[in-house]
Design a protein around this ligand. Structure first.
Ligand code: PMP
Length: 286
């Protein structure tokens, strides 16, 4: 059975949903996106993702007048029409069809292209990798310097994921000026003597929605958090490491550039934070 997707106000079978070859998203990577997780048929972190979407749109001056209530209705309609229980909803807004290719933005009033679709992932919250932990390589951070805007320009992230796979590892961490920025599609953390250390927010990293909630839950659980830079060497000498993202929640990292972190197994802090995150975000899901 084909999926029902959303395109510019319509719910369509995926085969019938098509976008212009002149679309700025296609030609220029001129589009922003969000991914939300669905557990028990409910949306996790909805408000945070929509707030970040609106910020990305406004930073790029893309006009899209869909309200948070309308976004919610579209998400819920897609969940219902596709019987989605566990998985993700992908949302993308591009600057729309500009007609001829041109570096300049199209005239005001050009409608954006709005696409949403579901991805069913039964067992999303029970990923066996969370029990084993994952391995990462480090790579230079060659991305542009507005990583706070969630654009669809993900080629370098794809390249480094392929490089990790070729090296027999699960993922890659970006390093810039000697310090870890973030993972290829996640925010990263180390734990030393019980303290959680993660890079502070700036335009150098995406302001993860999962990160914001995780730090709140950590503080509520009396865990100590320090937002500062750290190096690969410090990560290798840490007691634990982990990453967060909307679709992986909290994922233990047990090896960095071939060196085991701590015991080389998921540690108690990452394991506990994963439990807390899943419990709290399920409770708050809408
Ligand atoms: N950093 C990058 C580069 C990402 O692609 C993602 C996932 N979209 C994140 C961090 C984590 O953000 P979130 O928790 O909002 O999914």
């Amino acid at each position: 059975m084909s999926r029902i997707v959303y395109l510019n106000g319509q719910y369509l079978p995926e085969e019938e949903a098509s976008v212009s070859i002149f679309d700025r998203g296609f030609v220029m990577g001129d589009a922003v996106y969000e991914v939300t997780s669905i557990l028990d048929g409910k949306i996790l972190e909805f408000e945070g993702h929509i707030a970040r979407l609106n910020r990305s749109l406004s930073e790029l001056e893309i006009t899209c007048d869909i309200t948070p209530e309308e976004w919610l209705e579209i998400h819920r309609e897609l969940i219902a029409r596709n019987d989605l229980v566990e998985g993700m909803i992908y949302l993308q807004v591009s600057r729309g069809n500009a007609g001829d290719r041109d570096f300049h933005y199209p005239p005001a009033g050009t409608p954006p292209t709005v696409v949403l679709y579901t991805q069913s992932k039964p067992g999303l919250a029970d990923d066996p990798k969370a029990k084993k932990g994952i391995t990462v390589i480090s790579v230079p951070d060659l991305r542009w310097h507005r990583r706070d805007i969630k654009t669809v320009q993900l080629l370098y992230a794809s390249m480094v994921k392929m490089a990790a796979e070729k090296a027999g590892k699960n993922d890659a961490w970006f390093v810039e000026d000697g310090f870890v920025t973030e993972g290829s599609s996640n925010n990263v953390y180390i734990v030393k003597n019980g303290k959680i250390i993660t890079r502070q927010l700036s335009n150098d990293i995406l302001h993860g929605i999962t990160r914001a909630s995780l730090l709140k839950y950590a503080a509520e659980s009396q865990m100590e958090v320090e937002e500062r830079l750290f190096t690969i060497e410090e990560a290798q000498g840490a007691d634990e490491a982990f990453y967060t993202s909307a679709s992986a929640f909290v994922m233990p990292v047990v090896e960095v550039d071939g060196v085991a972190v701590g015991s080389g197994k998921p540690g108690p802090v990452a394991t506990r934070l994963r439990e807390i995150y899943l419990e709290e975000s399920r409770k708050a899901a809408i």
